[in-house]
Design a protein around this ligand. Sequence first.
Ligand code: GLN
Length: 451
Amino acid sequence: AHLDRIAAVDDSVRAFLHVDSEGALAQAAAIDAKRAAGEKLGPLAGVPLALKDVLTQEGVPTTAGSKILEGWKPPYDATVVKRLKAAGIVILGKTNMDEFAMGSSTENSAYGTTHNPWDLNRIPGGSGGGSSAALAAYEAPLAIGTDTGGSIRQPGAFTGTVGVKPTYGGTSRYGLIALASSLDTPGPCARTTLDAALLHEAIAGYDPMDSTSINQPVPAVVEAARRGDVTGLRVGVVKELGGEGYQPGVEARFHEAVELLTKLGAEVVEVSCPHFQYALPAYYLILPSEASSNLAKFDAMRYGLRVGDDGINSAEKVMNLTREAGFGDEVKRRIMLGTHALSSGYYDAYYGQAQKVRTLIQRDFANAYEQVDVLVSPATPTTAFPIGDRADDPIAMYKNDLCTIPVNLAGNAAASFPCGLADEDNLPVGFHVMAPVMRDELLYTVGAALE
Ligand code: GLN
C-alpha cells in the first residue's frame, strides 16, 4: 500500500531519491514466511520506513544528496539500519536531503527540492526534508533522520510531524556519512509520539563501532510516551528564544501549548540562557571546520564520481576536477570556511573561540537544568517558507536554526512536536522540548501530554 502511495504522490512531493520496491517487497515476504513458520518476529515486524539518504544500506544507492556519491552502493549497513532490520522494519527507500545535510530546506540537494505536502510551493525544511515530507504525505509511517543542527526537528515542525534528536551518543553514528562528527545524531521521525518512541527504542543503545556511543541503558521512551503524565514536571520557557523576529502565529500556538501543560499539572517558569545568542555563530565555525575535514575523503579515488581520469591528468588534477564537479555551492562554501577557520594563525581566533562559546552554552544548559526538568521554545521562528525565498541568502537560511542549534552544541536530547497551525498561513507549528543528556524520555512525556 505504501509503495502504491509513493507511486501516486511522489512525482509531486519528491520525498524519495530512490525507491527500493524490490528490496522492500522481499523484506516483507521474508517476514511473512517467518510468521507462517511460527518464528519469533521483531517488535516492529512489517512496518515500512523511509530512510534518509545519509545512512548506508548495503547494496542500495546512497548519495547524501551529492553528485560526488552518485552511483555508490555501500558494502555494509549502518548500525541504525542493522537495528531497523533486526526489528523487522521494511525499508522502502532513501529520502532526499540537502547535500551532506547542509541546509534547512532540501534546496541544496543535487537532485532537486522536496515539496512540502501541506503546500507544494513551500519547502519541507531540511536537511531531512525528504523523511518528514514522506511522513506528512502518508508515503511512510516511520522515517529516520539525522540532526546536526536541527535537521530532524526543523523539518518535523514544518511538516506537522514528530522529530526527535536523541542525546548525542545515544544512537550510533556508524555508517552515517559524517557532516560534523561531534554533533551528528541519528533519530526517529513519525506522525505520533508513541510511533517515534517505538522507533527510538528500536535504533538506540550502545554500539562498540562508534567511539562516542554512550554505554548506558536506553531511556524508557516508550513507557513515557504511553503515560504522558506531566504532573509536577518543571518546565522552563527559554526567554531568549522568542519575541522579535518570531512569527506571531508561531508564538501564539507555542504559548497555548505551554498553557495546556500548566493545566495538565506542569510547573512553568521562565528561564534565561544568555549565551544562546552566540550559538549560531559558534555552530557556523565548528560545523564547517569538522565538515571540511570529514569531506576530505572524497578524493575521487574511493567513492562514486571520478572526473578527468583520462590518463593525462595527475591524481591531484583528477581530485580537483572531481570535487569541483561533484560538490555544490553550499558544500564548497563550508569547506572554504572550515579550512580557513582551522588554518594556522586563525585556529585560536575562530575554531578555538567557538569551542569556548560552546562550553558557555553547555553551562547555560547545566544551570537551567538545576531549576527545571525540561526547556521549551518554538522549534522554528517561522512556518515553512516558499521555495526559492531564501535560497540565495545563506544568512537568512542559517537563522532557521536559531532554536535548534544550542542543543546540538551541548549534546542534549530534544524534539519537535506538532502544536497546531499558524493563523496567518495555516501551516504547522512545532513545539520544541529540550532535555538533559540521557533523559530522552522526558521529551516523550511532554509530546504525549500535548497530543
Ligand atoms: N540547517 C543546519 C545546517 O545547515 C542543519 C544541519 C543538520 O542538522 N544536518 O547546518
